[in-house]
Design a protein around this ligand. Structure first.
Ligand SMILES: C[S@@+](CC[C@H](N)C(=O)[O-])C[C@H]1O[C@@H](n2cnc3c(N)ncnc32)[C@H](O)[C@@H]1O
Length: 260
């Protein structure tokens, strides 16, 4: 009962500052209804009717704290979303050289699996490290099972080659085949507070920085670029860009950049 959950301006400020500190996501007044709706859902699940009791719970319980942060992130994604970046990679890069790719903020896994099936079909040798701050999303990534209504953008030959149709109670789902899954490693990574400890040829960080303010975007970009090899590519979402940030990259296509 979203409408029954009322939060005071002080509670809104407290909760949005918790979200900002932990994930970098800015929840301003325009996001009031979103925060209330997601908070109400958590409170219902925990059988709590008073917002101050819930605020106390997230400060006492690391598990509920994680659930709350999870609930406030937007995980929307789909297979073959903004595929121009991947098409560019396949067109431009030499498939005889192994590629190390990072899908930072991979949500439920559609992005890294979309990249994997196309690189496999184009005979690239590669590995993908996929990460997200959300444990529940990482669980979905590792399971690799998706409902049929999420797969309509996958070209049929790739769907038939790299996905298994579900049976019985799973008949409305597909599962990514093990021969695809083995190319993708999933791990928890907070773009705000973790430090990359590897070097990549390509980094996808798409449709997440849109929720950050400029100082947070700068911090995340500076940190990610330390993990990008010279000559490597950096892709952000098509509705995002690096305007106003200090990055030293050249633009190679819309929302696509290359390190000198
Ligand atoms: C909208 S999804 C983007 C998924 C995919 N990259 C795409 O473009 O379709 C945004 C993801 O960013 C993740 N996220 C939000 N804040 C994050 C942070 N500080 N560190 C890592 N991931 C974060 C969320 O959990 C969510 O799964």
């Amino acid at each position: 009962m979203v409408s029954q959950t009322k939060i005071t301006p002080a509670q809104f400020k407290k909760l949005s500052s918790i979200v900002y500190k932990e994930s970098g996501i800015v929840l301003n007044e325009k996001k009031y209804n979103l925060l209330v709706a997601r908070l109400a859902k958590r409170m219902r699940l925990k059988n709590i009717s008073c917002v101050s009791d819930y605020i106390q719970l997230i400060s006492d319980s690391p598990d509920e704290f994680k659930e709350f942060i999870d609930a406030t992130t937007t995980n929307h994604t789909y297979f073959f979303r903004e595929n121009k970046h991947c098409e560019y990679m396949i067109r431009t890069l030499d498939n005889t050289k192994p590629l190390k790719i990072w899908s930072a903020a991979s949500s439920s896994g559609e992005e890294p699996y979309t990249i994997a099936v196309q690189l496999l079909a184009s005979l690239f040798s590669f590995s993908i490290y996929a990460s997200d701050v959300s444990d529940s999303m990482l669980k979905k990534c590792r399971r690799g099972i998706y409902p049929n209504d999420r797969i309509n953008k996958i070209p049929l030959p790739l769907l038939h080659t790299y996905f298994q149709k579900g049976k019985g109670k799973w008949q409305d789902h597909v599962k990514v085949k093990p021969e695809v899954m083995k190319y993708v490693t999933f791990d928890k990574y907070n773009l705000l507070s973790d430090m990359p400890c590897d070097q990549f040829d390509i980094i996808f960080c798409r449709n997440v920085m849109i929720y950050f303010d400029t100082p947070t975007r700068q911090k995340v970009v500076t940190s990610l670029l330390k993990a990008l090899k010279p000559g490597g590519y950096f892709f952000v979402g098509l509705s995002e860009n690096l305007h106003g940030l200090d990055h030293g990259l050249s633009v190679v296509l819309p929302s696509g950049y290359q390190k000198k």
